[in-house]
Design a protein around this ligand. Structure first.
Ligand code: SF4
Length: 640
């Protein structure tokens, strides 16, 4: 851990104090190299025996500790010769190129010095340590001096004090170390510094120091937040969610591969390494062995009813971040904090609803856009959560009253006659406060593009319900189609009573699940929210987080599924008062939803492009920063 502290104090804090760890290409390669040389521990002589040994002795995988310094050293190899011992460590990379000869990296120097400290503390004579760099097959020696050991002991104290402080250090400032750091996706260094704005201005503060152990670097002058935020994480994840929604399927596992069977017939095999979620709709059986493997790989399993009701999640016990949850519980008890955050979330949602209408409505209703703009301002100044709920409800009435204007089916000839609504039915500025829920009937017009260009999605290989190419052909209506239409009057639910509402309910359930999964991965308790109040079984924080994303992801996926004819009226069935999707229709909807999730979008704050799934994670991590006080405010995601 000392080398992590030297690399970056924040990295040390994440790994040592918060117990976070993530693999990177470097860590995987390093572990493989160590596994090659680690043949299991071998005997090592006592200090007295080592001092008198006449032959050179090699001991591998030696673990020693020093109570005085509070250190445990795991040493790849120790050579004992002529009364002296020498620790040898294997590194998969190359040494630093010095002016005269190859040199040790500062992190390696710290690690070897700590090993020497422990050896000396156990009574051995140690005057030299060696690192063997595998990439260049070079040995680089480190003379062990009293000065070096004193500096190392001081460094240990410094690391210990940081761990005890309970204060995570700020991220390094535009450091070239960050792109190689395994925790860069968790740390979000540039985003955190940018969001902290002028709060982080002095890099000479001890906690922000870029430790170089024994090299004197010129002090970094104090500066404001970085002007440019680097995108240090991939724009999209290679892993995909897997959806299964055929009742009666059985999911087992064999050698890290999920096997999906219908009775005894094997339908499909999917590697665990290719998925990041398993979503089960209805009665699908999962073997204990498969569930254990999913938990071990930290792949959450989400359960839904056939109607799309989100029952809950199973995941492995990788929740270690008690510090974040402690802050979450503390802040959720502060009414002013809840109101401040809820204002931002609701204002973001209304702003995005307005943008949706502006971009997608057949004839964007100016008075409604003005009313929504006004409601954004009201939400930002709401005096209580109850007042905010009223503002949110009012905005939703206006938005859904005009939602039909965004449904544009291609079978009707374009032209004024195809438009079934009367602009005069839209409330004017003077009556914008009156919900106009019944003012519109369905609008059929030419197909429209969804705001950001959709990207081809490579998930089809995972599942018949995985992602589909954007060029997927429109599906033909069936004879049963006549029973259902995509006419939309208003939002209704529990149960949804028409086709569009059935799609919207499913979209919100799947989005809530995605945000519950993301909240858990970041370290939150998804059941404790700030705007949505706790209720048994309700993922209140996920519902909070999803407010600004409802229009951008869920509504947009629904409109895309209808307008691009990925879903047809024949995909629905009547179940009592409820309208629900048939399995084929659900499958088609998941394609539309995953396409939307995979759409690249420019982050309005950081100005780089990532897909929506990545945006959900970034926003959730920013909320964590806000809760722990690292950034002064939470800015919701809004599209321009
Ligand atoms: S990403 Fe950069 S600032 Fe963050 S922990 Fe890694 S090295 Fe430190």
């Amino acid at each position: 851990m000392l080398n992590e502290f030297v690399y970056c104090p924040r990295l040390f804090y994440y790994e040592w104090v918060e117990g976070l760890f993530a693999e990177s290409a470097d860590t995987v390669e390093g572990a493989l190299r160590h596994a090659k040389v680690d043949k299991g521990p071998t005997a090592f002589p006592t200090p007295e025996a080592a001092a008198q040994a006449e032959e050179r002795i090699h001991s591998r995988s030696l673990t020693l500790s020093s109570e005085r310094h509070g250190l445990i050293a795991k040493i790849d190899l120790v050579e004992a010769d002529g009364g002296l011992v020498c620790p040898v460590d294997y590194k998969h990379g190359a040494p630093r190129q010095g002016d005269e000869a190859p040199e040790l990296w500062d992190t390696d120097r710290a690690q070897l010095a700590a090993q020497a400290l422990v050896l000396r503390d156990n009574g051995y004579r140690c005057d030299e340590a060696i690192v063997f760099y595998v990439a260049t097959r070079q040995r680089v020696r480190l003379p062990i001096t009293d000065e070096l050991l004193a500096q190392t002991a001081a460094l240990v104290q410094k690391a210990r004090a940081l761990a005890a402080s309970g204060q995570i250090p700020p991220p390094l400032d535009h450091s070239p170390k960050c792109p190689r750091c395994s925790l860069v996706g968790i740390c979000l260094p540039d985003e955190t510094r940018f969001s902290a704005e002028v709060e982080i201005v002095d890099d000479s503060a001890p906690a922000a120091e870029q430790l170089t152990l024994f090299t004197e670097l010129p002090a970094t002058p104090g500066r404001a937040a970085p002007a440019e935020v680097r995108r240090l994480v991939p724009a999209r994840d290679d892993l995909r969610p897997l959806y299964l929604n055929t009742p009666g399927l059985r999911v087992g596992i064999s050698g890290g591969v999920l096997q999906i069977k219908d009775k005894d017939q094997l339908l499909q095999e999917i590697r665990l390494a290719d998925i990041n979620q398993l979503n089960l709709f209805g009665h699908i059986q999962l073997t204990t062995q498969a569930l254990q493997a999913l938990c071990a790989d930290d792949i959450p399993v989400a359960y839904f009813s056939m109607g799309g009701w989100f029952y809950g999640l199973t995941r492995g016990h990788s929740l270690k971040n008690i510090f974040l949850r402690r802050e979450q519980f503390r802040k959720a008890d502060l009414p002013w904090f809840c109101l401040q955050l809820a204002r931002a979330l609701v204002a973001g949602k209304i702003q995005n609803q307005r943008t949706m209408l502006q971009r997608n409505h057949v004839e964007p209703p100016a008075p409604v856009l003005a009313a929504l703009k006004n409601l954004v301002a009201q939400a930002r100044a709401a005096e209580s959560l109850n007042a905010l709920r009223g503002i949110e409800g009012h905005a939703s009435h206006l938005y859904f009253a005009h939602f039909a204007g965004m449904i544009k089916l291609s079978e009707d000839p374009p032209g004024p006659s195809a438009i079934a609504y009367q602009p005069s039915a839209i409330p004017g500025p003077q009556d914008a406060s009156v919900p106009a829920a019944n003012a519109l009937s369905a609008i059929r017009y030419q197909p429209s593009a969804i705001p950001e260009a959709t990207q081809p999605c490579s998930g089809d290989k995972l599942s018949p319900a995985g992602c589909a190419p954007t060029s997927q052909p429109a599906r033909k209506p069936t004879r049963e189609s006549a029973q259902f239409t995509f006419d939309f009057i208003n939002r209704n639910r529990r149960p949804p009573r028409d086709a569009v509402n059935a799609l919207l309910s499913l979209a919100y359930a799947v989005l809530a699940k995605d945000l519950a999964v993301t909240a858990l991965a970041v370290g939150f308790d998804p059941y404790l929210g700030f705007y949505h109040q706790p209720r048994f079984g309700r993922p209140a924080l996920a519902l909070d987080l999803m407010e600004p994303f409802r229009p951008l992801i869920a509504d947009s996926a629904v409109l895309s599924a209808i307008n691009n004819r990925m879903i047809t009226p024949g995909d629905f069935l009547q179940a009592g008062p409820a309208v629900a999707l048939k399995p084929e229709g659900r499958k088609a909807f998941f394609r539309a939803y995953e396409q939307r999730m995979d759409t690249l979008v420019t982050h309005p704050l950081f100005n780089y492009r990532v897909n929506y799934r990545r945006v959900l994670e970034i926003q959730t991590r920013l909320l964590a920063r806000y809760l722990t006080g690292e950034i002064p405010r939470y800015t919701p995601f809004v599209t321009r």
